[in-house]
Ligand binder design. Structure first.
Ligand code: FAD
Length: 459
């Protein structure tokens, strides 16, 4: 009779040799190699890399990279929605290369490991008398991963995170290191500040910071028309301003952050994650009754108190996002943002009763970085979301043409349907980036299928 051990061995061998795991088929006598699947935060991107590595030192990274054949992809915290990371080659995480390496108190600059999680660097920076100038609305991302996609916070007078970078160290596919800044390897620097992870590993980053500061955050619930009437003024008079609109409610909320020296404190917080659950519930029951839905949501929102929080800057930007979603965000020339938003609302509420996630609107200052969506333009960014278990495509397919009509450039880390020729039209320095990429990685070792398509190269 067949024993339990033999049975499990037979089943595993059959599975390994099967069509489901073609890459796992073993040669006779070869020891099985465990392949660990990878997926992003929302689950929309997945892959089965040949190997996953997380070196604990720069030297170990160099040795591993130099001895790796085939495609190499850096991964951060997996918070991108677009297919930047997936590979059947080798996935490298720099999460063990984390923290503040060095700092300059006169210039308020600090050198950080690229693998640092944003949420882990606030305290160490504060300990050396510095703070990031701005942060996104979560802090789970790695620093290098954030830079690769031009991750941003909000603030009409403040650039994206890559705009705060004053120097970088890059590692190529042979494990060799390259330092760059505005004066040394200037073209490499321009390309590497927003690189999509297509220029090798960003191992170290020198950031222009500021002295530690307190922020006062005020959240106010308002009607949609009032928000639109106030938006430009709020964007111009507050350090950070963003707003959210809740579909089928006629209501939303504005958030402003300003520097303060008032004492620390916080009023009771509305829980965004519970709120998303409530919006889903109302959608589930009232999807076919838009008027009733608006009445109930309006009444519900009328009960939510305004909020004020005063805290250290790095504790007062990020939120917890426990309810998962998929997202599309476009960065539009600022002057078109509010008109585009009106059209987005109209299309959403006339065609997509199934949607319940808020629309998020932010403001970002222009910069001079070749592949930054903020290149030479101040922007208004519009982001739409769909619950992670529901098909985002029909909704995003309706909204994307509106955002494209106004010359929007998509967030590199979020979903979009643009291809190489579309991007070339939107980015005046696209060809310059390609030239630097070809020179730095002529064999395309850092390209997965998506990036090879974007840069017209074989990966
Ligand atoms: C809940 C949620 C909230 C978000 N909020 C915001 C927001 O407020 N503002 C905003 O702009 N975006 C936001 N994003 C998007 C997110 O900031 C970006 O997609 C960011 O790039 C994710 O960083 P990551 O560390 O997870 O990188 P990953 O998604 O793992 O990788 C992104 C890119 O970085 C590259 N990369 C990673 N590490 C390195 C390295 N060491 N060297 C070179 N390249 C590297 C990868 O190859 C890939 O191309 C949000 C995403 C989620 C899921």
């Amino acid at each position: 009779m067949i024993g339990r051990r033999q049975l499990i061995t037979a089943l595993v061998s059959a599975a390994v040799g099967s069509q489901f795991y073609p890459g796992l088929a073993l040669a006779q006598g070869e020891a099985p190699k465990r392949r660990i699947p990878w997926r992003n935060w929302s689950g929309s991107q997945q892959c089965l890399p040949a190997a996953r590595k997380a070196p604990g030192s720069l030297q170990e990274l160099q040795e591993l990279v130099a001895s790796t054949a085939g495609t190499i992809r850096p991964v951060g915290s997996g918070h991108s929605f677009s297919p930047l990371v997936p590979t059947d080659g080798t996935l490298f995480s720099l999460s063990r290369l984390s923290g503040v390496m060095d700092h300059n108190p006169e210039q308020l600059q600090a050198t950080l490991w690229g693998g640092s999680r944003l949420g882990d660097i606030g305290q160490p920076l504060e300990d050396v008398g510095q703070a990031l100038v701005n942060m996104p609305d979560i802090d789970e991302q790695s620093l290098a991963g954030s830079l690769a996609t031009a991750t941003h916070g909000t603030g009409a007078g403040i650039g994206c995170l890559s705009d705060m970078v004053v120097g970088l160290q890059l590692m190529d596919s042979k494990g060799d290191l390259h330092d760059c800044d505005a004066a040394t390897n200037a073209d490499l620097f321009q390309a590497a500040r927003v690189s999509l992870g297509a220029l090798g590993f960003v191992t170290q980053v020198r950031m222009q910071n500021m002295a530690p500061y307190l922020l006062e955050k005020l959240t106010v619930w308002r009607e949609f028309d009032e928000i639109l009437a106030l938006a430009d003024e709020l964007a111009d008079t507050h350090r950070n301003f963003e707003f959210f609109y809740i579909p089928f409610s006629g209501m939303g909320w504005t958030d402003v952050h300003d520097l303060t020296d008032k004492p620390l404190g916080a009023t009771e917080k509305f829980d965004f994650n519970d709120g998303a659950g409530d919006l889903k519930l109302v959608r589930d029951w009232l999807e076919s009754f838009p008027k009733l839905r608006e009445l109930i949501l309006g009444t519900y929102m009328g009960t939510i108190e305004d909020e004020a929080t005063i805290a250290s800057s790095w504790k007062n930007y990020a939120n917890e996002r426990n309810v998962r979603f998929n997202e599309m965000e476009y960065h539009l020339p600022r002057e078109h943002g509010l008109q585009a938003l009106r059209e987005v609302r109209e299309a959403l509420e006339s065609q997509h009763q199934e949607v319940f996630f808020p629309i998020e609107v932010r403001f970002v200052k222009g910069d001079d970085i070749w592949l930054s969506p903020f290149y030479q333009r101040d922007t208004c960014s519009i982001a739409v979301h769909r619950y992670f278990e529901e098909d985002f495509q029909p909704y995003f397919r309706t909204i994307e043409p509106i955002l494209r009509k106004y010359q929007g450039r998509p967030h590199w880390g979020k979903l979009n349907t643009l291809a190489r020729e579309d991007f070339r039209k939107l980015y005046p320095r696209w060809d310059d980036f390609e030239e630097v990429r070809r020179a730095f990685d002529p064999e395309g070792r850092f390209l997965n299928t998506y990036l090879a398509g974007l840069f017209n190269a074989s990966g």
